[in-house]
Every structure is written in structure tokens, then in C-alpha cells.
Design a binder for this molecule. Structure first.
Ligand code: Q9C
Ligand code: ZN
Length: 327
């Protein structure tokens, strides 16, 4: 399995986020990727590769050109160690800009596109270790630690070759990805996430959101109770996968957030480290070429173990009845 990553993730290092006006430590820190990389390497999982540089035209299919220019321009004008919460294009207080943000975010898109290209070359599963994450980024808005929508750009790129399913298993609803494809019937968006009545992004991810026009029926949301057990989660994941199977996609893009982990400082269902291997085996059981895009996950202490467990599942042969293994 190829694992794609760029060293440029380190350039994005905001000093804090604002929660109700109070400065809190930035949860989406660079150490997240440091620990995932070292754990995967230590366990000899994956063939590591740098991203290629892709034309901005792919990014501009998902994001407004003015927004992309704005980000580039603003970042270039921020002094080292300074930060900016811009007045435009910012939908909440969880996406400050620093000098390196544009470069890191642009290269995260390259990481996603390089993974997509590997699928076109015949790989069956590729792990794009994107940072910053992307699924909250909309056509003309950053938010929730996201600037450019890595998964959406990759899915749109792959959609030239056939139908695409996106499965979003981050703890939070991928409002950006949903809105990118809300009117399309060639890209199915399916998301399992914490009930937005109680958790970020609060205003999207409800069952009633099903798509629009020809896109109606091609957005499927599963808002989940915060107390959901692993067995219940697995039952819903199976439903989601059967919807995807019925859609018969050429490629699957997975927005993989590890903030579903039980002790995640921001999210957290009841998931344990071994449970991620089980989730991954279920994904692979579809037998559709699959691109994994890293989204959230903030337990720096356990992220390495989670990524290893998940990757082991991706590399395992598919199993059909493994629900008994769930603790
Ligand atoms: N005091 C992703 O997982 N709310 N974004 C945080 C912390 C924002 C999550 C509140 C959560 C955004 C990609
Ligand atoms: Zn998340």
C-alpha cells in the first residue's frame, strides 16, 4: 500500500484556536502526522511516496478562484510566527491562517491527487496522509481546521473516469464535501457522524439533507447519538456500505477521521484501537479501488496506534462476518 505524504504539513502551525473567544491550544497540530508517520514506519507498513505537483485547475473545480487567490495572498503577507483570522471566507474560529498555511494546504491537495492517480494506475488501496484536513472546506469558505477540500478535489478528479462514492467516517459531518456534490448524481456522498444538534458543524449533516435536483438521493447522512456502541456503529456502517455497493462506483474515497476514538479530546464515540482494523476490513470488503484521505483525529497519544490498526485492516483480506470480534 502506498502512503503519500508531504513534509510541508509542518509549515501550518497556528498558535491557537478560538473557542467562545477564549484561546485554546490548536488541536489540529503537526504532531498528529509526526506520530502517524513514525508508527507506520516502525511497523513497516506501506511504501512511502512524496506527492507530485498538480495543476491548480483541479483545485479550482472545487473552490472559487477568488478564494484560492485570497488564501495565497493573505498567507504570503503574514509574518513568521504571526497569525490571522481573516474577515472573509472564514466560517468559524477554527481555521486561522499562518504564513505556511497556503503552502501546506495546497500540498495536502497534491497528496490527495497523487493518491487518486495511483488508483488510476491500478492500485487497489492508497493512503493519502493529508494535513491540514479538508472535509469542512466549502467552495468559498475555510473552517473546522480545513482550507482546501482534499477529498472533494480527489473525488472530482476521479469522477472523469467513472462514478465515485465518498464515505466520510470522521466524527464530524463533512459539510464541505456534501455541498461540493449536492447537485450531482455521479458522486455519492455518505457520512456517519455525531448528531449535528450537539456537535460541530451544527448546521448540516441532518437526515433530511439528501441532495438537490438530479443530485437528490445521492447524499446520505447518518447522524449518530454520542453514546453509540461499536456494534451499533458497525450495523450502520454496513447499511452505508450496502448503499455504496448498490451505487456500483468505480472508485471509493474515504474521508477517514480518527476523532471517533473513545478518548479523542474533541470527538469520541466508544471506539477502541482494534476497532479501526475492523472498520477498515469492512471498507475493503467492497472490493472497489479505495483512496483513504486523512481527516481529523486529535489524540496524539493514540493516533499512531490507530493508524497502524486501520492500515492493518486495509491490508487484510476481506472478511464477511467479523462482527463477533467487536468488544
Ligand atoms: N474546542 C475536523 O475534524 N470544534 N475538524 C472544536 C474544540 C471544531 C473538527 C472545538 C471541530 C472541527 C477535520
Ligand atoms: Zn472531525
Amino acid at each position: 500500500m502506498y502512503i503519500i505524504y508531504s513534509q510541508k504539513y509542518k509549515l501550518h502551525n497556528p498558535p491557537f484556536e478560538l473557542y467562545d473567544g477564549v484561546r485554546e491550544s490548536y488541536a489540529e497540530k503537526k504532531e498528529r502526522i509526526d506520530v502517524i508517520l513514525s508508527a507506520l514506519k516502525k511497523n513497516r507498513i506501506g511504501i512511502f511516496e512524496k506527492p507530485s505537483n498538480f495543476s491548480l485547475k483541479y483545485l479550482n473545480r472545487i473552490h472559487k478562484q477568488e478564494y484560492v487567490h485570497f488564501l495565497k495572498d493573505r498567507c504570503e503577507n503574514i509574518l513568521p510566527n504571526d497569525f490571522l483570522f481573516p474577515s472573509y471566507f472564514l466560517r468559524d474560529t477554527y481555521a486561522p491562517l499562518v504564513r505556511g498555511t497556503y503552502k501546506a494546504a495546497k500540498d495536502a491537495v497534491n497528496v490527495a491527487l497523487t493518491g487518486a492517480q495511483k488508483l488510476l494506475e491500478g492500485e487497489s488501496v492508497v493512503y493519502s496522509l493529508c494535513r491540514p484536513p479538508g472535509h469542512h472546506a466549502e467552495y468559498n469558505a475555510m473552517g473546522g481546521y480545513c482550507y482546501f477540500n482534499n477529498a472533494a478535489v480527489a473525488a472530482d478528479y476521479l469522477a472523469h473516469y467513472g462514478k465515485i462514492a465518498i464515505l466520510d467516517i470522521d466524527f464530524h459531518h463533512g459539510n464541505g464535501t456534501q455541498s461540493s456534490f449536492y447537485d450531482r448524481d455521479d458522486i455519492l456522498y455518505v457520512s456517519l457522524h455525531a448528531d449535528p444538534r450537539f456537535k460541530y458543524p451544527y448546521i448540516s449533516g441532518f437526515i433530511e439533507e439528501k441532495g438537490r435536483g438530479i443530485g437528490f438521493g445521492y447524499t446520505i447522512n447518518y447522524p449518530l447519538q454520542l453514546t453509540i456502541t461499536n456494534q451499533q456503529y458497525l450495523d450502520i456502517l454496513k447499511k452505508a456500505l450496502s448503499k455504496i455497493k448498490a451505487f456500483n462506483p468505480k472508485f471509493l474515497v474515504v474521508s477517514a477521521g480518527f476523532d471517533t476514538y473513545k478518548d479523542d479530546p474533541i470527538g469520541g464515540f466508544q471506539m477502541t484501537v482494534p476497532f479501526y482494523e475492523i472498520i477498515a476490513r469492512h471498507l475493503i470488503s467492497l472490493s472497489v479501488p479505495t483512496l483513504i484521505i486523512q481527516e481529523g483525529g486529535y489524540s496524539v497519544e493514540k493516533l499512531g496506534d490507530i493508524a497502524v490498526s486501520f492500515s492493518k485492516g486495509l491490508l487484510n483480506r476481506p472478511l464477511n462476518t467479523i462482527s463477533k470480534e467487536v468488544k
